[in-house]
Ligand binder design. Sequence first.
Ligand SMILES: NC(=O)c1ccc[n+]([C@@H]2O[C@H](COP(=O)([O-])OP(=O)(O)OC[C@H]3O[C@@H](n4cnc5c(N)ncnc54)[C@H](OP(=O)(O)O)[C@@H]3O)[C@@H](O)[C@H]2O)c1
Length: 261
Amino acid sequence: MTDFKARYGPWALVAGASEGLGEGFARSLARRGVNLVLVARREAKLQALARQLTSEFGVEVVARSEDLACPEAPESLLGSLDQDIGLLVFNAAYSGVGLFSEVSSTDLQKILSLNTFAPLLLARQMTPRLIARGCGGIVLMSSLSGNQGSGNIATYAASKSFNTVLAEGLWHEMKGHGVDVLACCAGAIRTPAYQSAQIGGEAPGILDPGVVAEQTLDALGSGPVVVPGTLNKLANFLMRRLLPRATAVRVMSNTTKELTR
Ligand SMILES: NC(=O)c1ccc[n+]([C@@H]2O[C@H](COP(=O)([O-])OP(=O)(O)OC[C@H]3O[C@@H](n4cnc5c(N)ncnc54)[C@H](OP(=O)(O)O)[C@@H]3O)[C@@H](O)[C@H]2O)c1
């Protein structure tokens, strides 16, 4: 834990921290003694979480309400912070569930702005700072749905694929500078967003947010991609390596067809 704080502290920024997995990341980082900048749109939730984490773990926590889907928000956010941030966890996402032929252009723009441009711009601003420090990390949240195309969430799945591939490239570029980059390709996570989008039963291998956050932070520095959970690791191997691509698309689409807004 002390090593973690020395390598990635003293401050981490968690983007999309007001609930679900983002809250899980905030809690796991606070437990490791790292101070936090928590970002999301709902300020009251962020403030309540900040108070909780400070009283439970004695860390400093700053809550910042921002809509990261706004094109200027990512760059102005980092520019306005004077904390020495050693770790960026980009967790915020918008899924815009629905058939592609019926999704509005506003939704398409929101998916791309939040899921791809925001992490891209934040990572771009962070990398020179981290190179100058000679240590630090970047975690980008991806998904097993980004391993192949997926019906009903085609744009979201493509945006998650972007995050995996971006993290792999940055991992390669940054490892010589002492900076660890990681994509977390998660399977289903028991978050409020998942629970409200899922009309059938829970997906096999579903994990609690705290477990995904812990396994992800533990994997930082051990390679470009982590898949939390044993069953998800098996599914990942099957879908990426064993099944023909068209079959993998069918299998994934079968699990995402039941998702609803
Ligand atoms: N849940 C799953 O089954 C699952 C599976 C695989 C991968 N993932 C990935 O894991 C991550 C977290 O998932 P989750 O289920 O916890 O998602 P979520 O409940 O939708 O939470 C996303 C977080 O992002 C924030 N957020 C949303 N829009 C934002 C915006 N425009 N600007 C700033 N913050 C924004 C939300 O807070 P506010 O509403 O307060 O802004 C919330 O704190 C996502 O990247 C998702 O793609 C999830």
